[in-house]
Design a protein around this ligand. Structure first.
Ligand SMILES: Nc1ncnc2c1ncn2[C@@H]1O[C@H](COP(=O)(O)OP(=O)(O)OP(=O)(O)O)[C@@H](O)[C@H]1O
Length: 318
């Protein structure tokens, strides 16, 4: 097992109010596996990614849990040690809206130099060769290295960032909504690149998206999130053909409206997340009075993890 997140909770404190962004989140990922993290806006996806790369900053705080990477709890590591040994080298991150994260005054090659040199790769020829090799993997010509970000399309910039994230040969790359700002054709090209990288290099990928159709296309395992909680975890194929949690069913029903037009997806509105009981109970067509007051735990049923009271008596507790 490559990654194991255990009972992770993150809170933000804003104007004396406590926002629970992640509540008791647990899941695992195997070496070389593509894991999709799916949920509507505000469900905690980016917070989860940031927790794994230890980038939660005040007013946010990890209040509970463990993140085991190759068996070691990275939350317990000294931060400097984590930064030098794990970040970029073992786990890299392609942030949300990352196309804007390239520095407009720097050529693409300088981005590769910067990252390489800050991690002890000093030989310029080696860096250029590695950059060319990585660009080729994402179907970009090496002449891109001499270009500035504004000379590239959104899709090209996204591919540069994916190439950059692979510079130090990480075992795990976390991609936060990597294609959501792109047109459908470019989305497909990039997803095919990601798939190729995963196959050829055996890199594990956490693919964060609100679009279950994209996740269906790319991932092997799914973590479905709502209101900071994990609603369901299982093999993509099994979840797609037979969802257990009512929220997953709800998401799957929304597939046709999502394809190609992300503007149709409505973020979770304030008040929709139930603050007591199951977070989905306000919207769930099967919710009983019990669901509104009693917070379900995670139950393992049929190799699936489901956080729904209906599964409480079906099998043992997780
Ligand atoms: N810096 C912050 N300060 C206060 N609250 C925050 C902060 N970052 C996130 N939150 C809150 O934490 C919750 C989870 O947000 P998060 O950004 O992780 O969700 P998300 O699923 O990634 O959403 P999106 O798809 O819109 O990025 C939300 O209620 C959000 O308002």
């Amino acid at each position: 097992m490559l990654l194991e997140v255990r009972n992770l909770s993150v809170e933000y404190y804003v104007e004396k109010k406590r926002i629970s962004a992640l509540d008791d989140v647990s899941f695992s990922q195997d070496n070389g596996e593509i894991l999709g993290v799916i949920g509507e806006s505000g469900s905690g996806k980016t917070t989860l990614a940031k927790a794994i790369i230890r980038a939660i900053r005040p007013p946010g705080k990890i209040t509970k849990g463990e993140i085991l990477f190759d068996g070691e709890d990275i939350l317990k590591m000294n931060y400097r040690e984590f930064k030098n040994q794990i970040l970029w080298r073992e786990i890299s991150y392609v942030p949300q809206a990352s196309q804007n994260s390239l520095n407009g005054t720097m050529k693409i090659i300088d981005h590769f130099y910067d990252t390489a040199m800050s991690h002890g790769m000093e030989d310029p020829t080696e860096i250029i060769e590695r950059a060319k090799e990585l660009l080729k993997m994402v179907n970009l010509d090496s002449k891109v290295l001499e270009m500035y970000p504004h000379e590239l399309s959104g899709g090209m910039k996204q591919r540069v960032l994916i190439a950059l994230s692979l510079l130090l040969n990480p075992q795990l790359v976390i991609m936060d909504e990597p294609v959501s700002a792109l047109d459908v054709v470019t989305q497909k090209h990039i997803l095919d690149n990601v798939r190729k990288l995963n196959k050829e290099l055996n890199i594990a990928i956490i693919f964060i998206t609100h679009d279950i159709a994209l996740a269906k296309y790319l991932t092997q395992k799914l973590v479905i999130m709502y209101g900071g909680e994990v609603m369901e975890v299982g093999k993509t194929e099994e979840i797609m053909t037979n969802p257990y949690h009512p929220y997953t069913t709800f998401l799957l029903k929304s597939i046709p409206s999502l394809r190609g037009d992300i503007s149709q997806l409505k973020p979770i509105r304030e008040g929709e997340i139930s603050l007591s009981g199951c977070p989905f109970s306000n919207r769930c067509e099967y919710a009983t009075d019990m669901c509104k007051v009693w917070t379900p735990e995670s139950y393992t049923y049929d190799r699936r993890v489901v956080r729904c009271i209906n599964y409480a008596n079906k099998n043992g507790k997780n």
